[in-house]
Design a protein around this ligand. Structure first.
Ligand SMILES: Cc1ncc(COP(=O)(O)O)c(C=O)c1O
Length: 357
């Protein structure tokens, strides 16, 4: 099968680029002695998780217990659920999984830790701190020390270290580098406070795609969980962490209308791309027409503005579009087509899509 045989819209992944992204990250982590636990929220495909593990990842990360049920099929020896787990059904799922794989959960409250312990779970636990994003995580300082102490005292739970998500640092310009340096200072002071309280923290887990190549400069960080790096997207390019040539995933669309002057319509809208925005206007890059602006979307229609579109762009023509945010786009697709050149080499079912619980 070739790319021309695919019905559109279709999410295609350039395998050469994806494999290069995977290798680069694995080599970077190994070179700097960083544990790599990639977040699988980007690809949601066990076969890709297996590739990450084969390249040296110590384990994989998920957000949800149902995602964990899918990702265990990658054969990973270790799964981190980087989300506060609350609810009896979720605990039942996790308990069953602990018979197949080592599970670690990040928690930011004594309540959630107690919930895990009361269910008789035997899991590793990372205490989550807020390093500046303001989403989850207790304040660094005494609240974090208290949480770590409480976790250490609970039966079944093994305190393994600290987790945080530096999602507020979106670039490595001067402001981004200052934020990374401050983060290093914060981790250093957290380690000192834990040592003083006689608590051993083996893991300091953070790290995301926008700042991935500077992870080794963050003092005290010893585990990274990048997700987007496997494919990259328009946002990753804007963050400065990759070039357009490093974007492995795009959505193959067909031009279905050129009726309106200076515009063409593609057969993918918000149901295909998601409505996530980027730093600059546009819902994606039309690779073939860099001068075009993917200006607007309805559910099934993508509006692409381009002067002279009516004469130069033909109905039935196919274009590849790099989305703003690939993780949510993958969640909208049943299948991902892995291509090498024009050949469709592999078709993956996105087993982890729609796993919300
Ligand atoms: C807790 C957590 N860790 C890691 C990641 C991976 O971040 P990125 O996709 O930027 O690499 C995310 C992304 O949302 C996250 O929420």
């Amino acid at each position: 099968m070739t790319i021309h045989d695919l019905d559109t819209p279709a999410l295609v992944v350039d395998l050469d680029i994806m494999e290069r992204n995977l290798r680069r990250m694995a080599e970077y982590a190994a070179q700097h002695n960083l544990r790599l636990r990639p977040h699988t929220k980007t690809h949601k495909i066990p076969a890709l998780g297996a590739m990450q593990v084969a390249l040296g990842a110590v384990g994989l990360t998920v957000a949800k217990s149902t995602e964990a049920e899918v990702m265990v099929n990658s054969g990973t020896p270790d799964l981190l659920i980087a989300y506060p787990v609350l609810g009896v059904k979720k605990l039942e799922r996790i308990k069953a999984l602990t018979k197949r794989v080592k599970i670690t959960v990040s928690v930011d409250s004594v309540e959630v830790a107690q919930h895990l312990a009361d269910a008789g779970l035997e899991v590793g636990v990372l205490a989550e701190t807020d390093a500046g994003l303001g989403r989850v995580g207790v304040e660094p300082g005494q609240p974090l020390v208290d949480l770590a102490k409480a976790i250490s005292a609970m039966p079944g739970l093994t305190f393994e270290g600290i987790a945080f998500y530096p999602g507020h640092i979106k670039s490595t310009d001067a402001a981004g580098m200052t934020a990374l340096s401050n983060l290093g200072d914060l981790l250093t002071s957290i380690r000192a406070q834990l040592t003083q309280a006689d608590i051993e923290a083996r893991i300091f887990s953070g790290g995301s795609t926008p700042t991935m190549w500077h992870s080794h400069e963050v003092a005290g960080l010893n585990e990274i969980r990048p997700g987007t790096y496997i494919f990259n997207d328009r946002n990753t390019v804007f963050s400065g962490a990759c070039q357009v040539e490093d974007c492995a995933a795009s959505i193959l669309c067909t031009v279905v209308s050129t009726s309106v002057k200076d515009q063409f319509i593609i057969d993918g809208g918000s149901k295909t791309f998601s409505s996530d925005l980027a730093k600059q206007p546009g819902h994606g890059w039309v690779v073939k027409y860099p001068e075009a602006l993917f200006a607007k979307m309805n559910e099934e229609h993508g509006y692409v503005s381009m002067a002279g579109a009516k004469s130069s762009v033909k109905i039935g023509e196919r274009v590849r579009v790099i989305p703003n945010h690939i993780c949510v786009a993958v969640n909208l697709h049943e299948k991902v087509y892995g291509v090498r050149g024009e050949t469709v080499e592999v078709v993956w079912s996105v087993d982890g899509r729609g796993k919300l619980q």
